[in-house]
Design a protein around this ligand. Structure first.
Ligand code: DON
Length: 553
């Protein structure tokens, strides 16, 4: 053993110097959020501190996508010991919620009730998650990490075209909440580009959290304001709801695809299970040798089957028993694969079991790696653009409308066209099923930190990204890859106009597929890649969005 010591020492020094030389990388959906993360990394923070700063900054400058009134999943990798966990800061249904709360007397879903206004809001998880990250993983204080966001909230940010589109889309609902309209609109109208959105109440809320931690949000005067404001406008929140909120650390979902390791989101997200179920089905096909229509057909058939299982089985692990091991097993994938006809679409109605699509860029994802190799992939949401569009007066907190991610009635699609069953029915305190898929991918040469918003299409975007990452594609190409999607119901392949060639479309139609070109592109992928051999980092933000990627030396 002794004679190997000098060699080991050399290797140790080499790896130390690589670590010293290694860069950090960060990709978020907004340049100011990327800057906030960079500021904290430069101040000596690690990736987890930067994740706090980015989460809080996005809450301010991307108010239509995420916020402290919402929830999310933070997938963490600690370099020191390789420990990995998923921080579940998903919203919970209020304790007064009940299964049929969005149905009329005839049992039909009442339009808008789970999407607009205070009744659509779940109990937020972000404040608790930020405190948990700071106390357990960061090296700086929560207070320090919140400073960039507090500054942005006080100084304001400028309205751009994307903000205008989002505000226009949700104008009526924003106008219905005077406190929301006062912050996000200009004299009750969509503000012009260049108009400055200052959020003084939100700055105070963040300042309270900086001083008192999550208690500043979930307890005391601030909590009272949240509850009174919500309930006076028709909500059903109680002090108990806020006091009882807890983040949960969950074991990530893991899989393998042609030697690539996948680590992804666990339930209550369906992301990791569906992603691995699709990859398992595809693993036996020689995709790289196939022409476009054959490849697209097989990928679509695998998507269809995984989304069916999502609808049937998945929900909050604290409330429902799920056959997770089976769903991601090789044997189960082989069974599904056997049902795939090589040349013919399987109509979704022939699968056992149980349209309205909004291919938005609300919800947000960021990816970070620091110099030591700590990683965060986080996808955060307030659901629809500007969430519920409701702000309890005096709080500055835009509440989410994540309740719509429950299945309000078995078989009735939600705003993303997703259907669900008993497993995702509403129950007091339950977490609603999500599609958010923050993911780590690792081949023998490279590590990727990847994710995107996009509602039901999140999983298939991460899937397409994973397939080409495994083939060696670079960060820019992966985030800008044209996309197609199938989610079991509706039984349609949706595609970005540049995703499929005319000939491929014709051949898919001959196989029995229905296709629909999407006028709008979808997703806003943020990706950081580390090259294992030299420690170099590349990062890219989806050109469909406004995001910014940065390498920090
Ligand atoms: O958790 C979910 O699956 C949804 N609330 C995500 C919504 C979303 O990505 C919106 N962006 N288009």
């Amino acid at each position: 053993m002794r004679k190997f010591t000098p060699l080991l020492l050399l290797l140790f020094c080499l790896s130390l110097s690589l670590n010293v030389l290694a860069a950090a990388g960060i990709a978020t959906a907004h340049p100011l959020a990327t800057k906030a993360g960079e500021e904290i990394l430069r101040a000596g923070g690690n990736a987890f501190d930067a994740a706090i700063a980015v989460t809080a900054a996005l809450a301010v400058v991307e108010p239509y996508s995420s916020g402290i009134g919402g929830g999310g999943f933070w997938l963490l990798h600690r370099a020191r010991d390789g420990f990995e966990t998923m921080l579940d800061g998903r919203e919970r249904a209020p304790l007064k919620a009940h299964r049929d709360m969005y149905l009329d007397e005839q049992g039909n879903v009442i339009d808008g009730l789970s999407v607009d206004g205070p009744l659509s809001a779940g109990i937020p998880g972000v404040p608790a998650a930020l405190e948990h990250l700071a106390n357990n993983y960061g090296v700086l204080s929560l207070k320090q990490n919140l400073q960039p966001a507090i500054r942005y909230a006080r100084q304001g940010f400028k309205v751009d075209e994307h903000y205008r589109r989002m505000a226009n889309f949700r104008l009526k609902a924003l106008q219905a909440s005077p406190a929301a309209a006062a912050i996000f609109l200009d004299k009750n109208k969509v503000p012009d580009t260049g108009y400055v959105i200052r959020q003084l109440d939100l700055a105070s809320a963040l300042q309270l959290m900086a001083e008192k931690g999550a208690d500043g949000f979930y307890k005391g005067m601030f909590a009272e304001k949240l509850i009174t404001g919500t309930n006076q406008a028709g909500g059903i929140w109680s002090a108990k709801d806020l006091q009882q909120y807890k983040v949960v650390e969950r074991e990530p979902i893991r899989g393998q695809y042609h030697g690539m390791k996948i680590t992804s989101a666990a339930p209550p997200s369906s992301g990791g299970i569906a992603l691995i179920e699709i990859l398992n089905q595809l693993s036996a096909f020689p995709l790289e040798k196939m022409h476009d229509s054959q490849l697209t057909h097989l990928v679509v058939e695998a998507m269809r089957r995984a989304y069916r299982d999502r609808a049937e089985y998945l929900g909050d692990p604290d409330y429902v028993k799920m056959p997770l091991e089976r769903l991601i097993s090789a044997e189960y994938a082989a069974g599904l694969r056997a049902g795939i006809h090589p040349q013919k679409a399987t109509p979704s109605e022939l699968l056992p079991g149980v349209e309205k699509n909004y291919p938005g860029t609300d919800t947000t994802h960021f990816s970070i790696i620091d110099q030591q190799g700590n990683r965060v992939a986080a996808t955060l949401s307030i659901n629809y653009p500007f969430g519920s569009c409701f702000v309890p007066p005096g709080t500055g907190v835009l509440l989410n409308d994540e309740m719509d991610d429950f299945s309000s009635r078995p078989g009735t699609p939600n705003v993303y066209g997703l259907v669900g069953a008993e497993a995702n029915a509403i129950a007091p305190g339950k977490r609603m099923l999500s599609s958010m898929t923050p993911t780590f991918l690792e081949t023998k040469d490279r590590i990727a930190i990847i994710g995107t918003p996009g509602g039901s299409r999140i999983i298939t975007m991460v899937l397409l990204g994973a397939l080409v990452f495994q083939q060696g594609d670079d960060a820019e190409r992966i985030v800008n890859l044209p996309r197609f999607h199938h989610q079991y119901l509706p039984d349609i392949i949706f595609y970005e106009t540049n995703a499929l060639a005319e000939q491929t479309i014709n051949q898919l139609q001959q196989m029995g597929h229905q296709l629909k070109a999407s006028e709008q592109s979808w997703g806003n992928m943020q990706l950081v890649i580390k090259n294992k051999a030299d420690g170099s980092i590349t990062a890219a933000a989806d050109s469909r969005g406004l995001g910014a990627a940065d390498i920090i030396h």
